[in-house]
Ligand binder design. Sequence first.
Ligand code: AMP
Ligand code: MG
Length: 455
Amino acid sequence: MSEALPLNDAQSCVLQHCVPLGTEKIDLLQSLGRVLAQEVRANRDHPPCDISAMDGYALRAADLGNVPAQLVIVADIKAGDLPTLTVQAGQCVRIMTGAPIPQGADTVIRVEDTQEVDSGFPHPNPDGATSHSTKPASGQVAGYLPEGEGANVSLREKIFDTVQINVSAQSGNDIRRRAENLRTGDVVLTAGTEITPGVLGILAMVKAATVEVQRRPTVAILSSGDELEGLHDPFDADKIPDANGYALMAQVQALGMQPVLLGIARDDPAALRAKLEQGLQYDVLLVSGGTSVGVHDFVRPTLEQLGVRMHFWRVQMRPGHPAAFGTSAGSKVFCLPGNPVASMVSFEQIVAPALRNMLGHTRLYRRTVQARLAQPLKHRPGNLEFVRVVLSRDEHGYLATPTGSQSSGVLLSMARADGLLVVPSESKGLVAGDVATVQLLDGTTFQEHNGIQES
Ligand code: AMP
Ligand code: MG
């Protein structure tokens, strides 16, 4: 176990142990980002019948052999109506988007391709003259109306009963077919689907007011070190402010969980033991610092005394080499390096996929893109390396520029980064223009494979 594991093996190991914890029923309103644990079937045809996709006229395509063609408007149908009439040859109905297509009609012509025709009975226009002219159906009707008459459409119904159709169309034009969205009994969502806004809309369509989802693990975070100063402790220039507890908290929150902060454990076996015992009450415990092999690094032996079985203690990556993982009866424990960048990077590589696996996701890894390096990068063969980069785009694609000093103690290198550029372990260095894989740190999109070529 003293051997450092290749990253892919470390990931396989954590995924084997960090599996979904079971399911719970929750309110649809709280379900965004959760993972469905049930199959969902359509409980209705949607739309329930053929409907119009446009505001326009429903008619018989056969009547449009010679256009323009004049048709008599025999009814007005709006969404929610249940028409009983049958459209005969030479007839049409005025129809609104979402309204059922009546019997006899087999196509829809949108209003923009028509002109309503004055049926012949006189009506006043603003200067008192009468008009019998052909007017465009949309837009200009208001000019005919007496002052104060706002409901143009209903007046138009009174004025026009004939329409000129200017274009021909195939049967089925601008008709949304019955059940094109949902068909009764069809499986529309499978277990394992992440509830995105679109999925949530479908759940509402099938009236799933509660949904069965994978349970979220409880997560606790512990920082360790005598030198650490808590966020609310008095300022002491000789101390090191606890950044890891909060950066890890945010990384967990970004995955949709609310962790509990256990604060700081001092480098003293008894104090550490008490805090670790508390942490082992949670499904997942993250400990940062104190995981090296210094004489004051008590985390590993104390965990082992508490019944935690360690599965690995080193990973062939930098930063993040001293990342470790163990399990107890009720908990998964990740020991992360104390250096702030190393803590965050090892979270990304080891903890994030494990947490997403527990949440029931199938896409566990940060999305990767290929990017050209803007400047050379030194690399000593041995470990996979993650270089913090800013990404820009030019006509050839993404360009990656390192965010200054790559020391694992310089947290600004992470704070400024758009992504982590992967330098394969056996690389002897990269030159400007070399193409490399970059894990995107922002965004909520994940992929199934880690995209990492280790050597
Ligand atoms: P350790 O892993 O305990 O040997 O710590 C390695 C380095 O990380 C030391 O310089 C620590 O001061 C620093 N460090 C450890 N824990 C934290 C923390 N929670 N926040 C910021 N820096 C830390
Ligand atoms: Mg320490």
